[in-house]
Design a protein around this ligand. Structure first.
Ligand code: ASP
Length: 310
């Protein structure tokens, strides 16, 4: 049996350290721990990496602390438009959805696109029709309501600003979520899910549902899930760039992940981070923001959960 491991993130948009209370910190830590444990439990039973990353992301989507699923931020029009993607490193199959509304677990819809359609990426009305045809039930808008998030939107809804989770100038509590895993067979998978940016309009889509930008997995190299200023992560083709640096330049997982987050993305003005795993079960989690909700567990090591650079 090979080493196996899972890593998760709850976004690079952590609360500013001075505003984090011990109670809030505990809530975040518990939520992250639960997601790690449930994904890891599947891996331990021999489940595939793809099922483990879906399971971990579902738990994070169901928790309103994070900007995905239940906790998705408000758009300019006052609703919630969610994006998600998933990729299987063994087959290079991938599924992605964008601009979807009312779906409890966007990551499961992305997985369904991967398994049940001939396509990779479905968006908007078409994606919603696909969801209905495949039996996905819709939650009503109350399910996605959160008072803090609503107030956050009220502050900027009449302006032209869009608020990023990871802005160091704002005290924001939201975070895109993601998971990467290496299973007992050495197969890799990555999954990412988000509500995007508060007050977004014009059908704005970030890096999260874009294979190669926010999510990528390839057994030859690594599985990657990103969080950060989506526009820069798209332009930097960040997740694929980590894989390319390993494949073409022979960098280790840690070297490749650090190079992309600490040099390349920063040099074009992007902030954020990523989690990544390779086929030996090694994990890297670099970020260039104040913090990133994150954690991992491997067959060699107990779970670790961190928020800031501690
Ligand atoms: N990358 C996400 C987006 O741009 C936001 C985030 O990770 O916080 O939609």
């Amino acid at each position: 049996m090979k080493n196996f491991s899972i890593a998760i993130h709850g976004g690079a948009g952590t609360l500013i350290k001075g505003n984090m209370t011990p109670e809030k910190e505990l809530d975040y830590r518990n939520a992250l721990q639960l997601a790690i444990n449930s994904g890891y439990a599947l891996l331990e039973k021999g489940a595939s990496a793809i099922n483990a990353v879906e399971q971990a992301v579902i738990l994070l989507e169901n928790n309103s602390l994070f900007n995905a699923g239940k906790g998705s931020v408000f758009t300019n029009a006052g609703n919630h438009e969610m994006d998600a993607s998933i990729m299987n490193g063994k087959t290079l199959e991938a599924g992605a959805v964008s601009l979807i509304t009312g779906i409890k677990n966007p990551i499961s819809l992305a997985k369904q696109v991967m398994f049940k359609s001939e396509h990779v990426f479905l968006a908007g009305e078409g994606a919603m029709n696909f969801a209905k045809e495949n039996g996905f039930l819709l939650e009503n808008t109350d399910y996605f309501y959160d008072q803090f998030r609503y107030e956050q939107w009220q502050h900027i809804k009449d302006s032209d600003s869009f608020q990023l989770d990871h802005s160091d100038k704002k005290d924001t509590k939201f975070g895109t979520v993601g998971a990467v895993a290496c299973d007992q067979k050495g197969n890799l998978a990555a999954a990412t899910s988000t509500g995007g940016m508060t007050n977004k309009k014009w059908g704005r889509i970030g890096d999260t549902p874009m294979i190669g930008a926010g999510t990528y997995a390839n057994n030859k190299t690594c599985a990657v899930s990103c969080t950060g200023s989506g526009e820069f992560f798209i332009r930097g083709v960040v997740a694929y760039d980590v894989s390319c640096l390993m494949e073409y330049k022979g960098l280790t997982l840690q070297q490749a992940a650090d190079e992309v987050i600490m040099n390349r993305v920063l040099s074009i003005g992007g902030d954020g981070g990523l989690i990544a795993v390779d086929a030996q079960g090694n994990i890297a989690m670099p970020f260039n923001t104040e913090g990133m909700y994150r954690g991992f567990k491997t067959s060699e090591r107990d779970a670790v959960v961190r928020i800031y650079k501690d």
